[in-house]
Design a protein around this ligand. Structure first.
Ligand SMILES: [Fe+2]
Ligand SMILES: [Fe+2]
Length: 561
């Protein structure tokens, strides 16, 4: 080429230097070859295109340059000392896998095996030596386009993964909620009167477990509708594994409740960006709630029946899904609460009925209604002290009073006879445990009352009636009631005896007096009786017979129980 030709060529190059190679601005192309002349050939070939050509004379240098600034494509010679093109290509694809840098490998025409190996290490395309300008431009252009497509695809995949992740989380949340629904039904015990424990069990599933738990709220207001309208409730949040009640009781007036809660069974939700700064927030929530919740991001509110719940500050924007879940939560809480209330009402009715039965049976007896109440109370003290289960304690507390229910079949003259009974009279008297068991029947709720009625005159040493059972043959409930019953009989005045002091009664039970002997009683029950005797004294004093107290007793008992 002559000087003039070279001059013209340079001018042409300058005139068309801004020609874009691929319509996305200037491309940066790294050419790696140990022969600098090869780099210059590429540079000259691309001089008329908007391409920045940078050269590296070794694989190591190329990797360093890529680390500094990512090129849009790499043209890579295979035959190089130290690190050949295959190694360099492999390293580029490994280290910058997210960048999708296209690698075009320079191969000899005949290099079929080289091509296969190049595919293996991730090469994107091939250029044959000697380089043809049109081919180089075409290959580069397609590499750049393919890189862009790869990047777009990667972004789409990533976006899909994000969507997928939140879907998966919602699904997991839903599954957990269903498991929770099953579990709360399974563990639901209508006899447990501890509403707070129940409420916390439910909230355990609703309140978020950590910053990543974006589908759950951080703070929950759980309120109960009051009879006179309005609500009363507490704010709850998580403290480690525990649910903590941290503000309340908050009284929500009827007027404010109508703003805070949507109509029965409906759900409302709002996010900060749609709520406006001071607008709805300050209007809906009083300053105690605002101060306790802190900066309010969003909330979901729902009320149903007697339960009102507002969930604040979910980790992400709230929508239909959060609303749906909160409604399920409220529905669930409301149904369980209603079930618990019904169970309590049924139980109260049951207790009232058996109290009435117990009292009716005592009409002919010398005992009084307060004797029954006291025996209930003593038995409860003994059962608690013996470490009996909550359920056992609950049952003995209402079953003990049924011990003499069978006396309804024993003639009044025998029950009230001041002197010794004849053999026939005694035979009739000792039938009362069997009558009692028969009256109480087979109902499961009366099973303990039945065994108490049947066995409260059995004695630990086997000298009792009606069956002469001994020791562990006698049910624990009856072993407890027999101590309670004898203590109370000793304290009371009867047609055939004066009332004894607490101290004398204790002495008779623990040391015997010829009629009552310590061997009659379970030694374990006697041991706790001795330890808890002050409570017996207190109970006797509290429920001491006085005509005016007879009517008041059941109400007091309910209030205490
Ligand atoms: Fe009896
Ligand atoms: Fe009795």
């Amino acid at each position: 080429m002559g000087d003039n030709d070279a001059q013209i060529s340079k001018q042409n190059a300058a005139a068309i230097a801004t020609r874009p190679l691929w319509g996305r601005g200037r491309a940066r192309c790294l050419v790696v070859d140990d022969e600098s002349s090869a780099i210059e050939v590429v540079r000259a070939t691309l001089a008329s295109w908007d391409v920045e050509v940078v050269g590296a004379s070794s694989g190591r240098e190329a990797l360093e340059m890529i680390a500094q600034e990512t090129p849009d494509c790499v043209i890579l010679d295979i035959m190089m000392p130290a690190m050949d093109g295959f190694d360099v290509c492999k390293k580029i694809k490994e280290r910058w896998s997210d960048e999708h840098i296209p690698v075009v490998m320079l191969t000899a025409l005949t290099g079929r095996r080289e091509r296969v190996r190049a595919w293996d290490v991730g090469a994107d395309d091939f250029l044959q030596k000697p380089i043809q300008p049109m081919e180089l431009v075409a290959r580069l252009r397609s590499s750049l386009v393919s890189r862009e497509l790869n990047q777009k695809l990667a972004e789409k995949v990533q976006a899909l993964e994000v969507v997928e992740k939140s879907r998966v989380q919602e699904l997991r949340h839903l599954t957990e909620f269903l498991t929770f629904a099953d579990r709360s039904l399974w563990y639901f015990d209508p006899n447990r009167r501890d509403d707070e424990a129940h409420c916390q069990m439910l909230l355990q599933q609703l309140i978020q477990r950590g910053p990543k738990d974006v589908t759950r709220p951080a703070v929950v207001l759980m309120a109960t509708k009051m009879e006179q309208g309005g609500y009363q409730g507490f704010l709850y949040t998580r403290d480690g594994a525990e649910i903590r009640r941290y503000l309340g009781p908050l009284t929500i007036t009827k007027k404010r409740a109508s703003v805070l809660f949507p109509p029965d069974g409906e759900v409302v939700y709002a996010n900060q960006n749609t709520m406006g700064q001071d607008d709805v927030l300050s209007y809906r929530f009083d300053r105690f709630i605002r101060r306790a919740v802190g900066p309010m991001q969003n909330y979901v509110s729902c009320a149903l029946d007697t339960v009102g719940v507002v969930a604040f500050n979910y980790g992400s924007e709230v929508g239909g899904f959060a609303a749906h879940l909160l409604r399920s939560f409220v529905l669930h809480s409301s149904v369980l609460r209603r079930l618990a209330n019904q169970a309590h009402e049924t139980e109260e009715a049951f207790v009232v009925a058996i109290e009435t039965l117990a009292r009716a049976s005592e009409a002919n007896d010398e005992d009084t209604a307060n004797h029954l109440t006291r025996v209930n109370e003593y038995s409860r003290v003994l059962a608690l002290a013996l470490g009996c289960s909550e359920e056992f304690v609950r049952q003995i507390h209402y079953s003990a009073q049924m011990h003499d229910v069978g006396k309804i079949h024993v003639p009044r003259e025998i029950l009230r006879k001041p002197g010794r009974l004849t053999d026939d009279e005694w035979a009739s008297m000792i039938e009362h445990p069997v009558y009692g068991a028969r009256i109480l029947g087979e109902a499961p709720a009366l099973a303990m009352a039945r065994e108490i009625a049947l066995c409260h005159h059995e004695k630990y040493d086997g000298s009792g009636y009606p069956r002469g059972l001994k020791e562990m043959q006698i049910p624990l409930s009856a072993r407890i009631v027999s101590v309670a019953d004898v203590y109370d009989a000793l304290r009371s005045s009867r047609p055939y005896k004066e009332e004894f002091t607490h101290e004398k009664s204790i002495d008779i039970i623990l040391n015997g007096d010829g009629r009552v002997e310590p061997s009659h009683f379970d030694p374990d029950v006697l041991a706790v009786f001795q330890v808890r005797q002050d409570e017996f004294k207190r109970i006797y004093a509290e429920f001491r017979d006085a005509p005016s107290r007879l009517q008041a007793a059941p109400l007091e008992k309910q209030a205490n129980g």
